[in-house]
Design a protein around this ligand. Structure first.
Ligand SMILES: NC(=O)c1ccc[n+]([C@@H]2O[C@H](COP(=O)([O-])OP(=O)(O)OC[C@H]3O[C@@H](n4cnc5c(N)ncnc54)[C@H](O)[C@@H]3O)[C@@H](O)[C@H]2O)c1
Length: 342
């Protein structure tokens, strides 16, 4: 396994491999960049096939956090931790404490948070051994509502730019995934007068969306080809790909999901197809802004102001993409790179 030649290595400042014999902890903490402030990013616990897969995830996700924090105007850098193991069978209080001690040794260069496979209760456990954790009980809690609020603000910016409309009233929005964020998003959109089509693989979640928001339910594959005003991916990554892109009939793609597309390949293809893409890490930063409030100690009004800035940031990206005839994802990366020192 190589690090410096790894395809996902992008000038990371520090990568820490942490082991604890007593608890079986095997963790990787990747600190991509701290030029704006301490690196904040979740701790993911996942049964990775091997260390190479775990390293790849840590490198990729920590880099993404640098860009997300910079675009949200937060005095934070990008980091991410991964614990190799199955959260259902391998997790213990002692293991989370051992991880917390590894975080503590980094002296606030890295601040951890909840992610896939970790919970608020785990953050509470980590908090017993280090201060460098957010998302604990009584703190930010579940950031999904803030994420959805930010996505809704971003959707309006995209609609204004692409459709020349200042309201979501009567728009047809296709939402993929009505889980934590998707459900809050449906609520915001429904209240704004949008007509919803939704899909999910969870029957109960679909029934709730049907009942609460009058949403029309469509099949998981059908959502891509729907004739609608906007497609909001709120489930998995990589949903705009070689197979789905040619069938998209929407003029806008804007949702909460991370890593919606391979920017290098599909950003330009979306632009050629006349589809406006709201870059994922810009539009879905609401949750990060929420937890950053606790890491950096700013008040709720400041958080609200930062959340509403998603509108202005996206509007700037869309305008620059048009002026330079470039994919929005490229423009977002370029603006983010102006905001941290590499
Ligand atoms: N939670 C946050 O605050 C936050 C912040 C930033 C980004 N995100 C991203 O937003 C997305 C959603 O996050 P979440 O917290 O709501 O997750 P979640 O697990 O609560 O919801 C995801 C939903 O997608 C559904 N789903 C899974 N596979 C599907 C498929 N093939 N077709 C249709 N639906 C499918 C699931 O059943 C679930 O209901 C993720 O990509 C996440 O990384 C979340």
């Amino acid at each position: 396994m190589t690090l410096f030649d790894h395809p996902e290595f992008s000038g990371h400042e520090q990568v820490v491999f942490s082991h604890d014999g007593a608890t079986g902890l095997r963790a990787i903490i990747a600190i991509h960049n701290t030029s704006r402030g301490p690196a904040l990013g979740g701790c993911r616990m996942w049964p990775y096939a091997d260390e190479t897969a775990a390293l790849e995830d840590a490198l990729r996700l920590s880099r993404g956090m640098t860009y997300k924090a910079a675009m949200a105007g937060l005095d934070l850098g990008g980091g991410k931790a991964v614990i190799i193991g199955d959260a259902k069978t391998d997790k213990s209080e002692a293991l989370m404490k051992a991880f917390g001690r590894a975080v503590d040794r980094l002296n606030r260069r890295y601040i951890t948070a909840e992610d896939v496979g970790t919970t608020v209760a785990d953050m509470d456990t980590i908090r017993t051994v280090t201060d460098h954790v957010v998302g604990v009980t009584g703190g930010a809690g579940d950031p999904s509502n803030s994420t959805a609020h930010g996505v809704c603000i971003g959707i309006l910016a995209a609609v204004r730019h692409k459709l020349g409309r200042d309201t979501l009233d009567g728009l047809h929005v296709a939402v993929q995934g009505v889980g934590h964020v998707g459900r809050f998003l449906c609520d915001y959109l429904h209240k704004a007068g949008a007509r919803l089509s939704v899909t999910d693989i969870d029957r109960a979640a679909l029934e709730r969306a049907e009942r609460d928001f009058g949403a029309a339910v469509v099949g998981p594959d059908e959502i891509f080809g729907l004739d609608c005003d906007l497609f909001a991916p709120c489930a998995l990554g990589a949903v705009v790909n070689d197979a789905t892109l040619p069938g998209l009939k929407c003029p806008i793609v804007a949702g909460s999901a991370n890593n919606v597309l391979d920017a290098a390949r599909h950003g330009a293809a979306l632009r050629r197809a006349g589809i406006l893409y709201a870059p994922d890490y810009v539009i879905n930063a609401g949750g990060l802004i929420d937890v950053a409030r606790f890491a950096l100690g700013f008040d709720i009004e400041t958080a609200r102001t930062k959340l509403h800035r998603i509108d202005g940031t996206l509007t700037e990206i869309f305008a620059r993409a048009d002026a330079e005839d470039r994919p929005t994802a490229d423009v977002a990366d370029a603006i983010a790179e102006e905001r941290f020192i590499r």
